[in-house]
Design a binder for this molecule. Sequence first.
Ligand SMILES: Cc1cc2nc3c(=O)[nH]c(=O)nc-3n(C[C@H](O)[C@H](O)[C@H](O)COP(=O)(O)OP(=O)(O)OC[C@H]3O[C@@H](n4cnc5c(N)ncnc54)[C@H](O)[C@@H]3O)c2cc1C
Length: 503
Amino acid sequence: MSKPQTSVVILGGGPGGYEAALVAAQLGARVTVVDSDGLGGACVLTDCVPSKTLIATSETMVLLRGSASLGIEIPGTGGAGNGGAGAGDRGAGAGTWPGGPGERDWIDAPRLYRRVKDLAQAQSADVGARLAAEGVEVVVGRGRLTRRTRPARLAGAHAVVVGDREIVADVVLIATGGLPRVMASAKPDGKRILTWRQLYDLDELPAELIVVGSGVTGAEFASAYQALGSQVTLISSRERVLPQEDADAAMVVEDVFKRRGMTVLSRSRAAAVRREGGGVLVTLTDGRAVRGTHCLLTVGVVPAVGGIGLARAGVTLNDRGFIEVDRVSRTSAPGVYAAGDCTGVQMLASVAAMQGRIAMWHALGEAVQPLRLDHVAATIFTEPEIATVGVDETMIESGQVKAEAVMLPLATNPRAKMQGFRDGFVKLFASPRSGRILGGVVVAPRASELILAVSIAVEQLLTVDQLAHTFSVYPSLSGSLTEAARRLMLPARPRAPFGEPAQ
Ligand SMILES: Cc1cc2nc3c(=O)[nH]c(=O)nc-3n(C[C@H](O)[C@H](O)[C@H](O)COP(=O)(O)OP(=O)(O)OC[C@H]3O[C@@H](n4cnc5c(N)ncnc54)[C@H](O)[C@@H]3O)c2cc1C
């Protein structure tokens, strides 16, 4: 007798949901995805994909501004975008940042935002096509877990209601994502006071943008809008921007921000934001006031878990309001799994997708490796980018992990010189006993691509000797990674104190 087909219902069509659906379909389950706002989720439609599309344009502006130092004169700009940049400064010379004369006019904002939204829709359509090709049913609407009303003799322990339809399933995955956190004293109006999801409905580039919050999202938008020509003020409640990230990396990025003319207000907390005249007024907790034309709020994400029947289904939330899951994505309710931002485990599309896949492998009886957060590769898409994988410096400093480190600035890398930039470094962490590579940090343009080599080393338990014996191209930025590995493999050689360039 053949095994009965397992039925799976997934709430949410973001990466946590759709990647799970693909795995479940591949394993022969009958899969239904219920999604309210568009396949691909917030990741594709409002958050990750749109922001990186905007950043693709801002990166081009960075290159244009640095063009003079590479010997390019852009006709008709009177030297704007060219002026003042010293060789190797990637356009960061005096007078070039922020926006030289009329540089904001280089941007056709409606066209830029149209491109962002079209690309997101196209990506969402691709997700839909892929799900359809795998035989996944997609139901449009808001779903919630409910008590089963169908006769018990029918298969399926759980029920999800969408409108007047009840879908019964053996397994449920909740992947409903998150929502921008808003402060009661700073209500977004979609015009001047904005969440990141409202930016692309503007018909202009903000002339003076105040970004509240200097975490990953705040830093990325501050970097992008500064490059596009906005005058940016970044309000950071902590001592430095990107307080959760590698301190050396955050310092490089903050330094670049300031050198290019950004106002960074550290240890400053926004108390309230309101409209004033044609612009906005941000009041800080110490009474200072900051004025601008627009304010972008990037003060966190809250889980989208309200009104979906979790309590009745026996699904427990943690003290931060996120769904509690274990490392194979199980919730406290048997047969109910959760993945992605609604779990608050690590708010990355790649982690959401992996949690979703793991849930399905586990639910459908496959061998499964529990989620390993110490192997997650992540990037902050500022200019330059910060990419990290594996252990971080705080774990080493606290004694939690024993590791040696080497940091090589890219200023001495020949390819960096040719490409005209000097801000950045590579850093590797390795076990002093085994030589195993435990983690790394890359700060560079396209660090997001360079980190893969370190990520493979961490995942495959490679040693510094193995990386050092691997060919890198000459000249290349990745040459600095193999060079860092070589430095770590020489026990006889005195090493630079941790955190200082070992050149
Ligand atoms: C500005 C920004 C930039 C980012 N950039 C990156 C990046 O570069 N790289 C990266 O890895 N991560 C990035 N992230 C994080 C990434 O977007 C999230 O981690 C990812 O979207 C989480 O995926 P998810 O599937 O959990 O949820 P989502 O993508 O939020 O999808 C959830 C879906 O569920 C739907 N839904 C909610 N409730 C219901 C319901 N009751 N019934 C049916 N459907 C429902 C929602 O409408 C949505 O479509 C970024 C985040 C932000 C804010």
